[in-house]
Design a protein around this ligand. Structure first.
Ligand code: AP5
Length: 221
């Protein structure tokens, strides 16, 4: 099953993609995480992407699409994948559709995680990320058991450079202009499922599992 998680910054795409991936055993592919790995590694791609990421602008389609297609051509995606942060505009959605079509594959379901602007700002301004495994926490909503330490792997937690007020506002503006039209694009294809993401993470996960026909009571959050 090939799944996309759509939604504004801070809607919980990364948080949900990670737990959904663990529950349904599909790889979680986040273009934001792949770009940040390139920035940390000091690669040519990272060097070219960093300036855009720091301002909350989109990185050039050609760069991101090449990186994404390389990732989804790896063997572990044969049973399916969960995309988080891609596509981000109509050009990327069309590039993805045609690349999948060439391999006789297609997107099965698109979850649109909808959250209010007030919730988004509260979430992003308190987000903490593990420097080792990338798990997401929040200072008050989802605090780690030990201060600034990841519950899962013991890695140290940090604040993302783009989680400051000016960049958050720009990321929201870019989302409204570039990414919001994707809702209609996937609605027209009959693939969109909207979910209210202002709720507790366990409630959001259970709703996604229900919509893909997984009715186990044992879902892990
Ligand atoms: P990316 O890393 O994708 O950032 P984003 O889309 O802005 O999304 P976020 O990661 O900020 O939010 P999220 O929805 O994943 O929320 P999260 O789960 O962390 O992209 C970063 C940059 O890379 C872009 O600005 C761009 O420059 C570039 N880029 C990436 N992809 C690109 C592409 N395709 N094309 C071009 N450029 C690209 O949750 C947020 C917080 O809320 C956390 O603290 C979490 O603990 C908390 N939280 C989550 N869910 C809940 C809940 N239900 N209740 C309470 N708290 C919650």
């Amino acid at each position: 099953m090939n799944i996309i998680l759509l939604g504004p910054p801070g809607a919980g795409k990364g948080t949900q993609a990670r737990v959904l991936a663990e529950n349904i055993k599909l790889p979680h592919i986040s273009t934001g995480d792949l770009l940040r790995q390139n920035v940390s590694a000091g690669s040519e791609l990272g060097r070219r992407a960093q300036e855009f990421m720091n301002k909350g602008e989109l990185v050039a389609d050609a760069l991101v699409t090449e990186m994404l297609l390389e990732r989804i051509n790896q063997d572990d995606t044969r049973p399916g994948f969960i995309l988080d942060g891609y596509p981000r505009n109509l050009a990327q959605a069309k590039a993805l559709d045609s690349a999948l079509e060439n391999k006789n594959r297609s997107i099965d379901i698109v979850f649109y995680l909808d959250a209010s602007e007030e919730v988004i700002i509260q979430r992003l301004s308190g987000r903490l990320v593990c420097s080792k495994c990338g798990a997401n926490y929040h200072i008050t909503n989802m605090p780690p058991k030990v201060k600034m330490t990841c519950d899962r792997c013991g890695g140290s937690l940090y604040h993302r450079a783009d989680d400051n007020e000016t960049t958050i506002k720009n990321r929201l503006a870019v989302y409204r202009k570039e990414s919001h039209p994707l809702i209609q694009y996937y609605e027209d294809k009959g693939k969109l499922k909207s979910i209210l993401a202002d709720k507790d993470p366990a409630v959001v996960l259970r709703e996604m599992l229900r919509l893909i026909g997984d009715t186990r009571d044992s879902a892990k959050v």
